[in-house]
Ligand binder design. Structure first.
Ligand code: NAP
Length: 458
């Protein structure tokens, strides 16, 4: 894929970028490697000062960066701005909490292990390679970079090829904030050149946020190198609505949960599983609200849904819906490619989706919702857990026992009750099954790329 900014609203290529040469990549790996001992030796207080400055820079640049997001991948501008500010908040969170998350722990009774003192401490590991997607071009990267750098690691970023301006900004952000030069570097390279970087002995671990095939490929290379890997992959999250729920509220939130970021969020609710007793009420309200969304220019403040980020992504979604319709799915609203420039797909609600349709098992990475009818909570759970994914989930009920039952039995990395899934710096984030391994955010996220060192003193 060319490394280029191609505006999804117009389909026009705005700017192309040359990939880094092998020499440039080597220089950048060397910089990150050289910065590591310097950053490792810096105190948490010093790292926090730099990290807070990076957050300030993001806030100062919010308008410029929001525009980059919107031009490069089509996110409506209000959401783009919110993404930049959330990223700044994530950096501040780690500036404030990294030291306590990584504080040494001591056994209460070291005599049990024959020691005068024994316990653990967290040490950084070196250069970590992050392979990142375009869908949240700042937040995805910075939720990795914040904890990585606060732990004393340095980072290399291979960003998605369609968000090069975001990658170039991130290349210098941490230098500008005061971190040792090269503590974080972007590599402008295609996916085919990731393997060589990962096999470099100076690169100690890797993380990928993106599709399942990319994750499997990276993990197999990391496995052959015995390097730690964290994977944040796709999802087809269930949104379960039960009779005791506030149906009006569930339907309103469902619209955002499915369509935010033009439907291109890993944790978007994609399958709406509704109890038969409230199916008609929920589906009617949901379809009505989806049909009322404003689709248009993502630079307009009032736009709810913009174009999909790539032409191939739009085409894939169109084919998934066509497959479902050909096999008997009912289009409640949408289901068309609007007759206009740009890579738009109409916000869509489908019913009667059955197992022989692609949408039953595949992730729909765009504004297409499938609604399923469940006779009871067991059937709802079976549908919810019935895909290979297990990222997050949302359950709507005002029955406390029922909520508890779903929390216990949902095969997912998270369960949100009476609310939509969102990522928060304070809460761990990640999936089970084919949605990934490992966790980002909170204490778990910063510990992923640390050496948990056991210390025993006689
Ligand atoms: P993608 O095609 O997998 O791309 C993600 C990144 O991986 C890009 O930088 C891409 O580079 C690179 N890449 C692709 N194939 C690779 C390979 N074989 N080896 C190494 N790197 C490779 O995914 P996407 O289409 O950008 O993103 C959408 C997917 O990401 C969806 O499935 C979504 O659910 C998932 N996602 C998951 C999370 C989460 O936290 N779980 C968050 C956001 C998105 P190029 O651009 O150069 O191809």
């Amino acid at each position: 894929m060319a490394i280029a900014t191609i505006n999804p609203f117009t389909g026009r290529t705005e700017q192309e970028f040359d990939a880094h040469t092998d020499e440039e990549v080597e220089e950048r790996i060397a910089q990150a490697h050289a910065a590591y001992p310097v950053l490792r030796a810096a105190s948490f207080a010093q790292r926090a000062e730099w990290m807070n400055r990076a957050a300030e820079l993001l806030e100062e640049d919010v308008e410029k960066l929001a525009r980059i997001i919107t031009i490069e991948m089509g996110r409506p501008i209000a959401g783009a701005r919110a993404e930049v500010l959330k990223s700044a908040r994530g950096l501040r969170f780690y500036a404030e909490n990294a030291e306590s998350f990584l504080a040494p722990e001591l056994l209460d009774d070291p005599s049990k292990v024959g020691a005068s003192q024994a316990g653990t401490r967290y040490a950084p590991i070196g250069v970590v390679l992050a392979v990142m997607p375009w869908n949240y071009p700042f937040w995805q990267v910075l939720r990795f970079a914040g904890p990585a750098l606060m732990a004393g690691n340095t980072g290399l970023l291979k960003h998605a090829s369609n968000v090069p301006q975001a990658a170039i900004y991130l290349d210098t952000l941490f230098d500008r904030a005061g971190f040792p030069a090269g503590a974080f570097r972007s590599l402008l390279i295609p996916a085919s050149r990731v393997e060589k970087v990962l096999r470099d002995p100076r690169v100690k671990a890797t993380t990928l946020t993106g599709s399942e095939p990319a994750g499997r490929s990276l993990a197999s290379i990391a496995g052959s190198e015995v390097k730690h890997v964290v994977l944040e992959l796709g999802g087809s999250d269930p949104f379960v609505v039960l009779p005791s729920a506030d149906i009006e509220k569930a339907a309103t939130v469902a619209v955002t949960a499915r369509n935010q970021n033009n439907g291109q969020s890993c944790i978007a609710a994609k399958r709406f599983i509704v109890h038969a007793d409230v199916y008609d009420e929920f589906t009617g309200l949901f379809a009505e609200k989806v049909a009322a969304l404003t689709v248009g220019d993502p630079l307009e403040e009032t736009t709810d849904v913009g174009p999909l980020a790539t032409e191939s992504g739009r085409d894939e979604l169109e084919q998934q819906v066509a497959d479902a319709v050909a096999k008997g799915a009912h289009v409640r609203t949408g289901g068309t490619v609007p007759d206009r420039a740009g890579w738009f797909y109409a916000p869509t609600v489908l019913e009667n989706v059955t197992p022989e349709m692609r949408l039953y098992l595949e992730e729909a990475f765009g504004p297409v919702a499938s609604v399923y009818r469940a006779a009871d909570r067991d059937e709802a759970l079976g549908l919810a857990n019935g895909t290979t994914f297990g990222l997050s989930s949302s359950v709507w009920t005002n029955d406390a026992d029922e909520a508890e039952w779903f929390i216990d039995n949902m095969d997912a990395g998270a369960v949100f009750v009476n609310g939509m899934t969102a990522s928060h710096p304070e809460l761990p984030f990640g999936g089970v099954k084919d949605s990934g391994v490992g966790r980002e955010l909170a204490a778990a996220g910063i510990r992923e790329f640390c050496n948990l060192k056991t210390v025993w003193r006689g």
